[in-house]
Design a protein around this ligand. Structure first.
Ligand SMILES: Nc1ncnc2c1ncn2[C@@H]1O[C@H](COP(=O)(O)OP(=O)(O)O)[C@@H](O)[C@H]1O
Ligand SMILES: [Mg+2]
Length: 258
């Protein structure tokens, strides 16, 4: 199982959108475990899963109250599985902090699941918290979406700082797969100046890291999300380009064998 973590330290950067579309694409040919690590549980909602009262979620798995398989739910699509969250996940913060080894706990909890799935896609919460540290610690690959704006560039800078800190501590041992510009604005054939400036800044900051094709500013992503569809299924294959690029990267044999 290759664990791909979608993270960024601000809200509204495209994390849930990226986790959703990439996971759905990977699931066309591979077994995918989605993990919703955000107490806001947007991914759980978009994957159309309702958490029953007292049903195990990521919280119980983190606290080691259930086995990995007991927190996994099969979705109504072939190859798609979910460890959901609800707002109770905030209670994991204290547990992770008190454990003194929060950065490695999620990775350890997922170990028993590695033979069941090809990919695990983790959607992270939008702030520097114990949970986001635990998700980065569990990553084989990191994807950082960032809005094509000044706010997005600042969020990217802070996120890269966290990753670099965790790498120095030996808590992050994965690979930064790349940055995904989000809500890139185009008017016909011309890109907005703000978007162009922000994406250039992202290239400078990350020097040499992959910058994937942008997620364009468009209502169609929301439309697909709300319908539980892929963009290509709705007739917009061009809008799917960033996720196709990621798919190609993650299914490349060389990378997989790293
Ligand atoms: N391509 C897009 N253009 C404009 N808005 C979008 C697009 N894709 C998603 N959105 C909206 O942007 C908001 C933030 O996206 P989301 O993926 O939830 O970010 P995060 O998970 O980082 O908070 C959501 O309300 C979502 O519906
Ligand atoms: Mg989100």
């Amino acid at each position: 199982m290759k664990t791909i973590v979608v993270t960024s330290l601000s809200g509204g950067q495209g994390k849930t959108t990226t986790a959703y579309f990439l996971g759905k694409l990977l699931a066309l040919e591979s077994k995918v475990l989605f993990i919703d690590a955000d107490p806001q549980s947007n991914l759980t909602f978009f994957l159309n899963h309702e958490v029953e009262p007292n049903a195990p979620t990521l919280l119980e798995l983190i606290k080691d109250l259930v086995k990995g398989t007991e927190a996994v739910y099969s979705l109504n699509h072939p190859n798609q599985f979910l460890i959901p969250s609800d707002d109770g996940l905030s209670n994991a913060q204290e547990y992770l902090a008190n454990s003194g080894m929060g950065a490695v706990i999620l990775r350890a909890r997922l170990k028993p699941l590695v033979n069941y799935f090809d990919y695990c896609i983790i959607d992270s919460p939008p702030a520097r918290t114990q949970i986001s540290i635990a998700t980065v610690g569990a990553a084989d690959f990191l994807l950082i979406p960032a809005e094509a704006s000044t706010k997005g560039v600042n969020s990217l800078i802070r996120t890269l700082e966290l990753v670099s800190n965790l790498e120095q501590l030996g808590a992050f041992t994965g690979t930064l797969a790349g940055v995904v510009p989000f809500r890139d604005k185009w008017f016909g054939l011309s890109q907005s100046k703000d978007s162009a400036r922000a994406i250039n800044a992202m290239k400078e900051i990350t020097n040499g890291t992959t910058i994937f094709a942008s997620i364009l500013e468009s209502e169609r992503y929301k439309q697909a999300l709300n319908q539980g569809s892929l963009l290509s299924e709705l007739g917009y294959p061009d809008l799917e380009r960033p996720f196709r690029e990621m798919l190609r990267l993650f299914t490349t044999k060389q990378l997989m064998e790293k």
